[in-house]
Ligand binder design. Sequence first.
Ligand code: GLA
Length: 397
Amino acid sequence: MTRQSSDSDSDPKSRAIAGLRDTFDGDVPRASDPILAVAPGRVNLVGGHTDYNDGLCLPLAVDRHVAVAAWPRDDDVIRAHATDFGETTTFDPDDSPDGWAAYVAAVARVLREDVSLLGADLAIASDVPSGAGLSSSAALELAVGQALLGVADETMDSTGLALACWRAEREGVGVECGILDQFASGLCEPDAALFLDCRSREFEHVAFGGDVGILVVDTGVSHELADSGYNDRVRECREAVATLAAASGLDLTSLRDVDIDLLERHADALDDVHYRRARHVVSENERVETARKALAAGDFDTVGEAMYGSHESLRDDYEVSCAELDAAVELASETDGVYGARMTGGGFGGSAVALVDGSALDRVEREIRASVSSRVGATANVFACRPSGGVRLVATD
Ligand code: GLA
């Protein structure tokens, strides 16, 4: 399946504000300026499919955002307008709308458990391509959550908001995801990656020890397997833990409790598929630790090696890559100035991320763009980005 790329030429903030005024202005007297919240998409440098295994990951926020402009209402109704689709939906707290509005309703429902929320009129605009593995849905959740808190004059720290949005995605939308996407969109800082321990939920901002840029190669494809394959992997990891616990007699609650030695000692208890799934997760946690230290030290070659190692492991052991992602990583690896590349996100399509020498970013982008359609596919798209900050309210003037 191929996707349409979103309109990246105009700023989502101004489109959200214009969408709010065009759709809702004049319905009721507006005493105040709109609230405006933005939340970024993310890429993950290393740490693929570790989050739901209590593991480690190293994402960064990209400078592409979902923007939500909002006015308060004096009832508890939410009216939401998606400027990118030209659709408007109205719902009250008991309703469960479908599609993009499901995310809005789920966030409002979870936040209402902890804070007293008003209804709101919302307009949403985005330049995070959807279906590209860049967490457009987490960015939507975080921006909506921040906007709803803003209109209600409530505050919540970013960790609390990220956890609320994660619960919204799991409970409201039914995806068995880990915390990676919501924490990245909520907590990242400019010019740094986020080292995240998904078990303790502790995190640390790892500033880049030098000039690096990020290149995203969006393959433009999402394969049918994306949803079912993801949930299969969650189940296979759970089964591998249960088998290893029974074989070792140890109290193992997740693959985070397993290291390579333990896995190798009890490899015979696992069938080949479960062994390889576990080997990916266990080795990936090690790659995150390596990349975290190397990134801070400015040793980008070592970060790059961890990224290539991660891609191979996701391709061969975890089996969540696809031909287009492999081609994107191969193309990046042949380009001078690229330290490393891997698939990012759930897989079966979506995007690859490359870590690039900052001084060569423009050239690398041009070179990869020149051959991306012949090498990766006609729907592929390439863009450079800089590590950006997490969810925030911004001034509307
Ligand atoms: C998707 C999920 C995340 C994470 C990644 C893979 O983006 O939403 O929770 O599991 O896949 O690392």
